[in-house]
Ligand binder design. Structure first.
Ligand code: UD1
Length: 456
């Protein structure tokens, strides 16, 4: 299923200037997980009591989600990385498209609103430009739980069928272990009548974090992290205090950057078993990994080519495929990287080739012949994880680079350049005096043209 998004790259007036051939050294603090925090924010809609979330990363995606909640009437108080959420006065107004566009996680609101109020109207979600990203698993699951769903003019309108005021627990089997669908259905089922089982459920740590928080709120969810999750619906959920788990994708990005620059660093706090597929792969490619409590130290020795296939957790995460591809461009030997989760997640490949990498792309398989050197240049990132890959490439490269498209990076990496700076990388955010129009950049939906449009 190959689907190339027609969405244009958004160009802003900021870039990261990176002086290449950098080295990292020291300890880096890992932020809270974006993908956990987003769904936990939506879960706060399930109760009238206060939810306090700690370790919430300050990211544009989180800000957007808070604005969506505010629009529904949630009182959101932000204090550094702590958020207090009070949903006692919410209404089920239709969410404005302007607020939800570009944030796939906005769709998470449908489960809590439907199970709490019996109806919900949520626009079809946007999100990263990495594939068609259907929502059929969410919709089919909600229907099986007793919702009537209509999609009209881009709005998903869900209502509990008949005179009933509650969703009814049932047996669900997902066709693919979708993270988002598993989370939507868990939230919906937590206030349903009776037992729901979800087979072929996603086992990602963020799903487990959601279940942990819901259980603190009084839900009865068993076996999260397993392939079959059981949810016994309850009448009411209460408030709680919860700390978001560390971001395994941010953590993996730093480990990969260290491996790419033969640098020893320690990342902390992390939950090492969330990163097992990544640390195992880094070990195979020549790095020494030392795990001590909630920290991981990497000592790269040599950089050997290794093959990866992305896979649902506990497999190698698709969110680290682009950064790992950047690493393999300078590895010794040939590697094959196969993207199995998303159909359009190779946006970085042609850009890495522009920098001097030798990658042949055949659909979702990138065959990489390691080269000695790649060269810095000005590039435009077109999705979140490829922006991290380009920054890693800029750090490895000879010469300097400017990476544009930071609106993607800022969605998912908290203080990325400050953290890199602390580790010793020469990197700075530049603000050019004015933004560029699409015309000036000669933007095309043919992504091959993007690298030709070098930044001014
Ligand atoms: C979440 C993460 C994202 C990560 C992805 C896979 C969030 C906010 N985002 O995205 O960072 O890359 O998991 O680990 O948590 N699919 C369907 N029908 C559906 C739903 C999904 O066919 O109804 C397909 C998708 O097209 C994709 C695959 O399932 O091919 C996995 O998607 P999914 O796990 O749902 O990803 P998200 O929840 O969108």
């Amino acid at each position: 299923m190959i689907c190339v998004s027609k969405k244009k790259s958004y160009l802003k007036s900021q870039n990261l200037k990176i002086f290449g051939q950098g080295k990292l050294n020291g300890i880096v603090e890992i932020s809270g997980a974006k993908n956990s925090a987003l769904v936990l924010l939506a879960a706060s809609l399930l109760t009238n009591e206060k939810i306090v979330l700690h370790n919430v990363p300050r990211l544009t995606d989180i800000e957007k989600m808070c604005n969506i909640l505010r629009n529904l009437g949630v009182n959101v108080i932000e204090k550094n990385n702590k958020l207090e959420l009070d949903s006692q006065n919410i209404s089920i107004e239709e969410l404005p498209y302007e607020l939800v566009k570009g944030l796939r996680a906005s769709f998470f609101c449908i489960g809590p609103l439907l199970s709490k109020f019996g109806e919900a109207k949520v626009p079809l979600p946007g999100g990263c430009n990495i594939g068609s990203r259907p929502i059929d698993e969410h919709i089919n699951g909600l229907k099986a739980l007793g919702a009537e769903i209509l999609i009209e003019e881009g709005i998903v309108k869900a209502k509990i069928k008949g005179e009933k005021s509650k969703l009814i627990g049932t047996h669900l089997k997902l066709n693919c272990p979708s993270v988002g669908a598993t989370e939507t259905l868990i939230m919906a089922a937590s206030l349903a009548e009776g037992r729901t089982t979800i087979e072929n459920a996603a086992r990602e740590p963020e799903v487990q974090d959601l279940c942990q928080m819901l259980n603190k709120m009084g839900a009865k969810i068993y076996d999260s992290g397993k392939e079959k999750i059981i949810i016994d619906g309850v009448n009411k959920l209460g408030g709680c205090i919860h700390k978001v788990i560390p971001d395994r994708i941010e953590a993996g990005t730093f480990l990969i950057t260290a491996a790419a620059t033969s640098s020893s660093i320690t990342i902390s706090p992390v939950i090492p078993n969330h990163l097992e597929a990544v640390t195992n792969t880094l070990q195979k490619s020549g790095s020494k990994i030392t795990i001590k409590g909630n920290s991981i130290t990497i000592n790269p020795k040599e950089l050997k080519a290794v093959n990866i296939n992305t896979a649902p957790f506990p497999g190698f995460p698709t969110d680290l495929q682009a950064p790992f591809t950047a690493l393999m461009t300078i590895a010794n030997g040939e590697s094959k990287i196969t993207e199995t989760i998303f159909e359009n997640r190779m946006n970085h490949v042609h850009l890495l080739n522009k920098m001097g990498a030798n990658i042949k792309l055949n659909k979702n398989v990138a065959s990489i012949k390691g080269v000695n050197t790649i060269y810095g240049m000005d590039l435009i990132a077109s999705d979140l994880r490829s922006s991290a890959a380009l920054i890693i490439a800029g750090i490895i490269a000879k010469g300097s680079s400017r990476i544009y498209g930071l609106e993607h990076l800022d969605r998912g990496y908290e203080n990325f350049e400050s953290k890199l700076k602390i580790l010793g990388i020469k990197i700075k955010r530049e603000f050019v005096e004015r933004g560029f129009t699409n015309k000036e950049y000669k933007i095309s939906s043919n992504t091959d043209e993007i690298p030709k449009t070098r930044a001014a």
